[in-house]
Unconditional design. Structure first.
Length: 251
């Protein structure tokens, strides 16, 4: 399991996001843990993949009657990309760009993924499942700072689970902001996309929240421009690819 050790200083996110409270305001972050979410869960946290770090992840535990709800939200480097940096608790950092070096076209995307985990641990005799808890994930595709909550895309996880697995006690996944179903114009009963399409080369600040009727967790992703040397490397790899194609044609 990978552990992040790169720390720097950025302004703290100070105002809490209250679940279920509407209004014109940016997503902010509630008091929460920023550590290994796998230690809090009763099942293995994988985020739907292999080798995805579970530490550090922003997570919180909530009481739902006698049941326990765990919400976790994090980010990681996609495939061959470097691990994300940790600027401060709940705030990640990544480099803008597209991970097109050595990856099949189906695996291309921004250099970073966002991932979520939710688990309800029922008390003895409880019939509560995740679909009952108003679970949804808010995602940001606009690089401008302080994107308003109402301008985020929404993945309605409770509705999704009600349709595919009403008895589910766990949901987890890792997604990339470039994926088509998250973009404008692809609204469904489960996904309400924002009006801004995602540009993997756009530096800026992106916010995410996983929330329920009981509370929420949130993170910020700060994306910085790819250094000039990186662009030179991309150009060099592109040139090598062009030479290889020409050689194949000649052959």
């Amino acid at each position: 399991m990978k552990h992040f050790k790169s720390w720097a200083t950025v302004p703290a996110l100070a105002i809490a996001l209250s679940a279920g409270v509407a209004g014109a305001a940016p997503i902010m972050i509630e008091s929460q843990n920023f550590s290994d979410v796998d230690t809090a869960s009763s099942t293995e946290v994988t985020f739907g993949g292999g080798g995805i770090p579970t530490d550090p992840v922003a997570w919180s535990e909530f009481a739902v009657g006698d049941d326990t709800l765990i919400l976790g939200l994090g980010a990681h480097g996609r495939y061959s990309n470097p691990d994300v940096s940790i600027y401060e608790p709940n705030v990640y950092g990544a480099v803008a760009g597209f991970n097109n070096l050595g990856e099949p076209s189906a695996l291309k995307g921004a250099t970073w993924n966002f991932n979520w985990f939710a688990e309800i641990i029922p008390a003895t005799g409880s019939n509560t499942t995740l679909k009952d808890l108003g679970l949804e994930l808010l995602y940001d595709l606009d690089p401008s700072a302080d994107t308003d909550e109402t301008d985020h895309g929404v993945i309605d996880l409770s509705t999704l689970l009600a349709g595919v697995d009403p008895s589910a006690l766990v949901t987890q996944s890792s997604q990339n902001a470039t994926f088509g179903f998250l973009q404008p114009g692809n609204s469904t009963s489960v996904v309400t996309p924002p009006s801004t399409a995602f540009d993997p080369f756009a530096a800026g600040s992106y916010t995410f929240a996983l929330r329920s009727n009981q509370g929420s967790v949130g993170i910020e992703m700060n994306v910085v421009p790819l250094p000039a040397a990186g662009w030179m490397l991309l150009t060099a790899f592109g040139g090598l690819g062009l030479v290889a194609r020409r050689r194949r044609k000649a052959a």
